[in-house]
Design a protein around this ligand. Structure first.
Ligand SMILES: Cc1cc2nc3c(=O)[nH]c(=O)nc-3n(C[C@H](O)[C@H](O)[C@H](O)COP(=O)(O)O)c2cc1C
Length: 489
């Protein structure tokens, strides 16, 4: 086992930012941290370069790969390294990664690995007939990982047996949730990290009741409260991997503080220590590690996949807030898959609107997997509020995005009032057309009709012009292209 590692200078720098900022400000500061490549990151990357094999791809490969002058084919790019299914995962998030969000995510990316929200094992065991509500999903959402929460192997086994009827790509155990509601009562979530043998028993319980080809994985933190040394997480991984068949650990690279911080604070305050995940990778070469926590950009993703040779990365809040920015680019940039390279937000709206219309048809309220809003085989219509929620982030960062949110809310009200009867929840309302109509009212056409790659190129153009304007005195009559101007607005 490796010697205890001294604290890194880079980590301290990040921690200071995190400790004193609100969640929103923290995201912004981290973005600056990553794209500006401040001293901290240079330190970290410099160290990485010294210690590791040379990077197989340059850090800013995304920009090169999305050069608009290249001819895009509909096939995958042979020059890309082949990636595992879990190279890029969207983190499990309660009240976020529901069936609707995942539908939007799949419209934007065919390749990103998706996770469900956490499903508590007892919910399935004691309500097997209602399990469909939590477990069913549309086949187009594959590959999809089910995350289970629980602490009793028998209950977990019962839940796994029910889940085995659904084609999940893997089953993941939540050993990272810091919520008092979960961790406080009966060793659940992050508290499980203190009892690695129990985690192994839970994994074995799932293994024994799942199809053999479905891997069981663990999502955990680096430690819990005072159990926060490198040895602690090393011992945890060692025990779980020895006593069970688990080979893949997804590590939220900070400890959990139980009984002192809220779940939201627990995602900000404890410092990120990526270097410990890299150390685990070195200490357990036969295991797979995915890095989670604080990742913001696809360039960071490539760095940890290629230069740092991690098995995968997982992003949560960045995808929640900026689904278009990350997911519409990930297929090409990370997987070399160009099948969605022509996708524009107008089409995403049309496709998601069609999903809404399908779900809102009286005959379709039993659609499998509308897990949040509607129990299948009931006549309860899905909540329009929940259905429109994944649309909020689609135009993140675009001028007038707040108007977009307001108009969406107004459309929900209008749709409700046009309902002809409780069983016909939308009357003649057609979301497929309505979403595009609202977006056309709010945004410049360029934001509806630009592909992800074009958007990156336009941003670079704006940035280059900003830099050159900074460097030169103003010139009368100087102008930027209309597309770039729209991005500048
Ligand atoms: C709203 C929200 C809900 C979450 N719910 C879960 C959950 O159900 N299971 C879980 O393992 N992690 C959950 N997390 C934690 C994320 O999966 C992830 O580990 C964390 O946000 C750090 O990643 P990020 O910095 O990329 O957001 C949640 C996070 C958020 C923001």
């Amino acid at each position: 086992m490796r010697a205890l590692r001294a604290p890194r200078a880079g980590t301290g720098f990040v921690a200071a930012h995190i400790h004193w900022s609100t969640e929103g400000k923290w995201s912004r500061s981290l973005t600056r941290w990553a794209s500006g490549r401040s001293g901290c990151v240079r330190f970290f990357q410099g160290r990485a370069r010294r210690q590791r094999r040379p990077a197989s791809r340059p850090f800013h490969v995304a920009a090169q790969h999305c050069d608009l002058r290249s001819t895009h084919s509909e096939t995958s790019d042979d020059s890309m390294p082949s990636r595992s299914m879990d190279a890029f995962a969207v983190a499990p998030m309660m009240d976020v990664t529901d069936h609707h969000f995942r539908t939007m995510a799949r419209i934007l990316s065919g390749r990103a690995l998706l996770y469900t929200e956490m499903v508590v094992d007892a919910t399935l065991k004691y309500n097997p007939h209602g399990a469909e509500r939590w477990l069913a999903f549309d086949a187009t959402q594959s590959p999809l990982v089910l995350q289970l929460g629980g602490s009793d192997p028998d209950t977990m086994a019962a839940a796994a047996a029910i889940a085995a009827q659904y084609p999940y790509s893997a089953i993941n155990i939540n050993c990272g949730c810091p919520s008092d509601k979960v961790a406080g009562s009966g060793c659940f979530g992050a508290a499980l990290m203190r009892d690695a043998s129990r985690v192994a028993a839970l994994c074995n319980a799932i293994r024994g009741h799942s199809p053999p080809q479905v891997p069981v994985t663990v999502k955990c933190r680096l430690g819990v409260n005072d159990s926060d040394s490198y040895e602690f997480v090393h011992q945890f991984v060692d025990t779980v991997s020895r006593q069970s068949e688990v080979r893949h650990f997804i590590i939220h690279a900070r400890k959990a503080v139980l009984g002192g911080l809220s779940p939201a604070q627990n995602r900000i305050v404890p410092p990120l220590m990526y270097e410990r995940v890299l150390a685990l990778r070195d200490d357990f070469p036969h295991l797979q590690f995915s890095l989670n926590g604080g990742l913001q950009e696809l360039n960071d993703v490539l760095h940890y996949l290629d230069a740092e040779r991690l098995h995968g990365v997982m992003l949560g809040r960045a995808v929640m807030y900026r689904p278009w920015d990350l997911l519409a680019g990930v297929d090409e940039v990370v997987y070399g898959d160009r099948s969605r390279v022509q996708l524009i937000r107008r089409q995403a709206l049309e496709q998601y609107g069609a999903y809404m219309d399908r779900l809102l048809q009286p005959s379709s309220v039993t659609i499998r997997g509308d897990a949040v809003a509607t129990a299948p085989n009931t006549t309860v219509p899905p909540s329009l509020h929940l259905l429109t929620r994944p649309l909020h982030g689609l135009f993140w960062g675009v001028p007038r995005v707040k108007t977009w949110h307001r108009y969406l809310d107004a459309a929900v009200q209008q749709c409700k009032s046009s309902a002809s009867s409780p069983s016909a929840p939308t009357g003649d309302f057609e979301w497929r057309r309505e979403l595009v109509r609202i977006a056309e009212q709010v945004f410049e056409p360029v934001h509806l009709d630009t592909t992800w790659c074009q958007q990156q190129a336009q941003r670079r153009e704006v940035e280059a012009q900003r830099q050159s304007l900074k460097a030169q005195p103003p010139v009368a009559g100087a102008s930027v292209s209309p597309a770039a101007a729209a991005f500048q607005a």
